[in-house]
Ligand binder design. Structure first.
Ligand code: HEM
Length: 469
């Protein structure tokens, strides 16, 4: 009896929802549903977001600037990130973004060059054991170095002083990311009630406690050490030196612009938002240049011409590495790291031909943008040279959304570009890279992750072999 009653109630709710939707749709012309959309569940089975997929550049910019709220599943990351820039919304997001923007400018990021160079050198050395030995998976090495680099740049070298502590921190961050992904892909765990009953929630709580305790310890230790040295740096005055984000943002906590909790959340967010995206793109770059030998040779020539065989990358080099930048941009266009930008629509948004109703969700689809005919007849080809021909490029502010677009675009773009350039210089001048991007298969979790066909091979460049010198 109860089951029957529930069925009737459920049917009534569904019919009511469909009627409300139909009457709203009558008043405004909604965008067409994605072609693999199913009745009622939309494209939940494909991307776990319902409703519309937007691929028109001007419409997407309108949405990106009008809708700054993120969908509910971003909350799955809150146990680890709190309400940092990625997960927060409304006035809190606006205030924090304004406060943090100055910490991500090139003058600050150049202060991390020493760390970027040492870490890139470390990765190049770690991969030496695979050179000349055929295909292997570089994923773990790249991700591990990227996470270390993010921790070093965010918390400073004090986090390295206790090796065990550092190892545990890396492990906890990785496990926390896995929990977020597990909850995201198991749709039944989207319900708070059902999630609370799951073993994953128990694990989440343990990880949240460990992360909080560890981050707080690093903050306290660093703040105490800095106070002792009377060595506060001003976020704006800071010009040189290897300060960490912690050190640079500390005055925001001390002048009460950020509470202790908010300060911690923004630091954790910086680590998580930076390490996986950068690692993922670096791996994609290696596979793509490994599949395009001519591109790799031109890249190698530029690297040798500008930086040479041994020297570290300095800030002058960064400006001159134009082909390297073109390769990075083209990889991000060709294979976007973050394939969908989901948004909540909190007010009716009028697009060129449609209106998206308040209360719906929509996804801005990177592949739709990056393969649009505005890129020319070769939009489907991997061709970094296009970035060196400004007259043929579409409007990059709306056509290229690898770092998102509009108000909530990536705050770490300069960090990412700097880190990737330095890593490429160190690796490509030592090794020929071989790969085959046609074999790639992906899975979608927080980012677009390769699950098959991502092996690469490395061959030492001949001038590096002692016998051939
Ligand atoms: C290749 C590397 C990277 C890529 C492809 C990338 C891409 C993106 C994208 C697409 C978004 C928008 C996400 C959304 O709307 O849901 C975003 C946001 C963000 N990214 Fe990145 N990112 C990268 C590296 C970084 C780095 C290195 C940092 C920090 C050092 C960072 C920090 C952030 C933050 C804090 C946000 C949220 C910004 C806001 O909402 O105000 N990212 N990123």
């Amino acid at each position: 009896m109860l089951t029957e009653l529930l069925c009737v109630l459920l049917c009534a709710c569904v019919l009511l929802a469909l009627r409300m939707r139909a009457s709203r749709a009558h008043a405004h012309k909604p965008p067409p549903a994605y072609k693999r959309s199913l009745p009622i569940i939309g494209i939940t089975h494909l991307v776990m977001a319902d409703n519309s997929i937007v691929t028109d550049p001007e419409d997407a910019l309108t949405i990106a600037n009008t809708c700054i709220e993120k969908p509910h599943f971003y909350k799955f990351g809150e146990f680890a990130l709190g309400q940092g820039l990625v997960t927060s919304s409304g006035s809190k997001w606006k205030r924090h973004r304004k406060l943090l923007n100055p910490a991500f400018t090139s003058s600050i990021i150049h202060g991390f060059l020493e760390t970027f160079n040492r870490q890139a050198e470390k990765l190049t050395t770690e991969l030496a054991e695979f050179a000349g030995k055929g295909p292997f998976e570089a994923t773990w090495y790249i991700h591990n170095i990227s996470l270390q680099t993010s921790c070093l740049n965010t918390f400073g070298t004090t986090i390295f002083h206790d090796e065990e502590f550092f190892k545990q921190f890396l492990k906890t961050v990785e496990q926390a990311m896995n929990v977020v992904v597990q909850r995201f892909i198991n749709v039944w765990q989207h319900s708070d009630l059902l999630y609370k009953l799951s073993g994953l929630k128990k694990k989440q709580d343990e990880l949240a406690n460990t992360l909080t305790e560890m981050t707080n310890r690093v903050i306290q230790n660093t703040a105490a050490a800095l106070k002792e040295q009377h060595n506060y740096r001003n976020i704006v005055e800071h010009k040189t030196g290897a300060a960490s984000f912690l050190e640079i943002m500390l005055p925001l906590r001390d002048n009460n612009s950020l509470s202790d909790q908010e300060f911690k959340e923004e630091l954790d967010t910086t680590v998580v938002a930076s390490f996986e995206t950068t690692a993922q793109l670096f791996e994609a770059i290696l596979i793509l240049i490994g599949s395009h030998p001519k591109v790799q040779e031109r890249l190698y020539e530029e690297i040798i011409d500008i930086v040479g065989q041994e020297r570290d990358v300095d800030k002058e080099d960064l400006r001159k590495l134009v082909y390297t930048e073109a390769v990075i941009n083209e990889c991000l266009r060709f294979q976007p790291t973050v394939p969908i930008l989901p948004r909540c629509v909190s007010q009716d948004v009028k697009l060129k031909n449609y209106t998206i109703c308040a209360g719906s969700q929509c996804g801005i689809l990177a592949n739709g943008f990056h393969r649009d005919p505005v890129w020319g007849p070769d939009a489907d080809q991997f061709r970094p040279e296009r970035w060196l021909e400004p007259d043929t490029l579409p409007n990059i502010a709306t056509a290229f959304i690898g770092f998102s677009l509009g108000k909530r675009s990536c705050i770490g773009k300069i960090y990412a570009m700097t880190s990737l350039k330095v890593s490429l210089v160190h690796l490509v001048r030592k090794y020929h890279v071989m790969g085959d991007h046609n074999k790639l298969q992906f899975t979608l979790d927080v980012t677009l992750k390769p699950v098959k066909g991502h092996e690469i091979s490395l061959q030492r460049r001949t001038q590096d072999l002692p016998s051939e010198k």
